[in-house]
Design a protein around this ligand. Structure first.
Ligand code: ADP
Length: 678
């Protein structure tokens, strides 16, 4: 309990804001004040009792209140004032009692204690306060000594024993207080030592820590050194490698340099080659242009030659036809002349075959082979038509032509009737040509399986040596020179036939024994024609059925021979023909006459066929009139051009009168029908 109260008194005025050092100093001030107050009260009473002088007690009580005032100052937080107050009250006590009790009591020794107190209660920073507090007891001691010396105030009258007792009592207080100061200093020194010890421990720890860190640094340094060594090794290795690579790169560069020079040399060579190639290309283009020009010239030449030959041939065939078929000549021409006319007619047909073959070959070589015209046709009638043509020639030569058709073959076949006839014509013409009189030529049509049909022409002629087989299918090639001398020919028939058969996806085979005969077999894919034939059919006999005879026909033709032939042809049909010598005259006559049909030559003076046709098609009176073109232009593109220009039909010269008849009949019947409907 007492210690509790003592503790409260000791800590008077302390707050949490006060630092530890300052708190200690405040506690010293409080302790000194409180202890001195107790001593002062005790001694005041005790000395008053001993001396019988109660003034001592009263003044002691005043000093006690002074000491408690110091506690009050600390309580209020006036710490420096409290420190000053402590030394001031102590100095006042020393001065007062020193004067009062006199020199013998040796109160001034209290000054020695007082000089030590400021060192205890003032911090190093409170220098001024410390100086003041130290100077206060010194001043007090000087004043006390001066008083002793000069005797300003007389001391209290004390007996020698009291004086002695007082001296011992005061000395004991001085010693106690001095001991208290020393003990405070000691505790402060111990605290300092403790702090030093703690600091020392901390320093030790931090030194250990530093040593550990140093060891770590040492290890890291060793590691770094090792790493450095490794790095150096690696750098050395890399440098070595780089040096080696550099050597390789240098050698590659050197090599590339060599290659570059080589390339430059080759580049120059290439440039030379390119320029050579370019000049070659230029000469090739020139040669190509030359070839194209030559080709065009050849085509023009062929067209013109064909045109020039066809016109006179038309006259020969037309006249011989009319001589043989004109009703007015019936029974008037002697038999021998009829034979001549028949020969003329047959030879003209032969000549036409040659022209057709030459044109066909020219077209094949120019790469302009006509597309196949596939249509169903009646096999029997087609065979009869082709065979009839050659029966006459065979008969003249004394060769027997025997035709045999396999009953397995369908009635209608799908194929190109015209080109097939061209192939068969060539084979039959050769067979009859190379077979001596009195022997036979067989023409077989048979069907070995469901997918193929064969046309076989077998003769009993001179035959062909085996080594010549490849040769005879080449254009302008014949088996033997003697063949030409004896039989003539162009060497084109088989070449064209093979080309046409290949176009029809078939092939030609030949077998022959020299001196015994030859067999040509055309093997073709069999396609049955399901539809009735659309194209014309050769009539078995040349008997023309009636055409509407009240119709007017206008012929535009400049050749007088052709005019004459046409005139007789239409007269035979019972039709009246009006003739115009050129296009201009033809247009004016057409406007006067308004004919039912116009037959027109495409090559006429003044106004040619194309211009005339254009005028007809532009004229409202004439534009509906059908026009049949008759021309010696036998090329398909020429026919197409005429059809595009507006002709209704096209016939090449020499005129096939049977076809002309069919066309005339068709258009006149159509006209009659239109009139009736109108
Ligand atoms: P050309 O009959 O106009 O000479 P082809 O091309 O038709 O031309 O015939 C070429 C050649 O093949 C003939 O010249 C002939 O030597 C030979 N040749 C063709 N058919 C027969 C045949 N039936 N008998 C003998 N030789 C033939």
């Amino acid at each position: 309990m007492i210690s509790h109260w003592l503790n409260i008194i000791k800590k008077t005025g302390l707050t949490s804001a006060v630092k530890d050092d300052e708190a200690k100093r405040i506690m010293v001030v409080n302790s000194f004040s409180f202890i001195t107050a107790l001593l002062c009260s005790l001694y005041g009473v005790l000395l008053s009792v001993i001396s019988g002088q109660w003034i001592i007690c009263y003044t002691a009580m005043a000093f006690v209140s002074g000491f408690f005032s110091i506690l009050l100052l600390n309580k209020k937080g006036h710490y420096p004032l409290a420190k000053f107050g402590l030394t001031f009250v102590f100095s006042a006590v020393m001065l007062y009692y020193g004067i009062l009790f006199g020199e013998q009591t040796q109160v001034h020794f209290l000054g020695l204690f007082l000089i030590c107190v400021p060192l205890l209660v003032c911090s190093r920073r409170e220098k001024a306060l410390r100086c003041i507090c130290i100077s206060l007891p010194i001043v007090g001691m000087i004043m006390l000594e001066s008083n002793y010396y000069f005797g300003v105030f007389e001391p209290m009258m004390l007996s020698a024993s009291d004086s002695n007792l007082f001296r011992w009592l005061i000395m004991s207080v001085v010693v106690f207080l001095q001991g208290l100061v020393i003990s405070f200093h000691q505790s402060s020194i111990i605290g300092l030592l403790r702090t030093l010890h703690v600091r020392n421990d901390a320093l030790k720890l931090s030194r250990d820590d530093i040593a550990g860190k140093e060891a770590e640094l040492q290890t890291a340094y060793h590691k770094l050194e090792n790493y450095n060594q490794v790095l150096e090794e690696e750098v050395k290795q890399r440098t070595h490698e780089i040096n080696e690579s550099r050597i390789v790169v240098e050698s590659i560069l050197h090599h590339l340099q060599g290659n570059h020079e080589e390339l430059q040399r080759k580049d120059m060579l290439l440039e030379q080659h390119v320029s050579e190639l370019e000049s070659l290309k230029a000469s090739l283009i020139e040669a190509k242009d030359e070839a194209e020009r030559a080709n065009a010239a050849q085509s023009t030449f062929l067209r013109e030659i064909s045109h020039e030959i066809r016109n006179p041939l038309n006259a020969i065939i037309g006249i011989s036809y009319l001589l043989l078929n004109d009703r007015r000549n019936k029974n008037k021409i002697p038999r021998s002349v009829v034979d001549y006319i028949e020969n003329i007619n047959a030879s003209s047909h032969g000549l036409m075959e040659i022209i057709n073959n030459v044109l066909e070959l020219a077209k094949i070589e120019a790469g302009r082979t006509d597309d196949l015209q596939i249509a169903p046709f009646h096999l029997g009638e087609w065979v009869r038509g082709v065979a009839n043509i050659y029966q006459n020639a065979a008969k003249i030569k004394g060769v027997s032509l025997q035709v045999q058709v396999d009953p397995q073959l369908p009635e209608y076949i799908l194929g190109d009737r015209v080109h097939l006839a061209q192939v068969l014509n060539n084979l039959l013409a050769n067979a009859i040509k190379f077979t001596p009189g009195g022997r036979k030529v067989h023409l077989h049509f048979h069907c070995p399986d469901a997918d193929h049909w064969h046309i076989r022409v077998v003769d009993e002629g001179m035959g062909i040596p085996k080594e010549k087989f490849p040769l005879i299918f080449q254009p302008f090639e014949q088996a033997d020179r003697s063949v030409y001398r004896k039989f003539g020919g162009t060497g084109l028939g088989l070449a064209i036939s093979r080309r046409l058969v290949e176009l029809m996806e078939g092939r030609i085979e030949v077998r022959s024994e020299p001196g015994e005969g030859t067999a040509f077999t055309v093997i073709l894919p069999l396609k049955q024609g399901l539809l009735a034939p659309q194209a014309f059919q050769l009539p078995a006999k040349k008997t023309y059925s009636a055409v509407p005879t009240d119709k007017k026909v206008l012929l535009m033709e400049d050749s007088e021979v052709n005019q004459m032939i046409m005139d007789r042809f239409f007269a035979n049909l019972g039709l009246q023909l009006t003739i115009a010598c050129n296009g201009e005259e033809g247009i004016s006559k057409a406007r006067q006459l308004l004919p039912d049909l116009i037959v027109m030559d495409m090559h006429m003076p003044r106004l040619d066929g194309y211009d005339t046709l254009r005028l007809i098609r532009q004229d409202p009176l004439l534009k509906h009139i059908p026009v049949i073109a008759i021309s010696a232009d036998a090329f398909s593109e020429q026919q197409e051009a005429a059809l595009m220009a507006g002709v209704n039909d096209y016939l090449t010269k020499p005129v096939n009168f049977d076809r002309l008849y069919e066309m005339v009949k068709k258009y006149l019947q159509q006209q009659a029908l239109h009139r009736e409907l109108a």
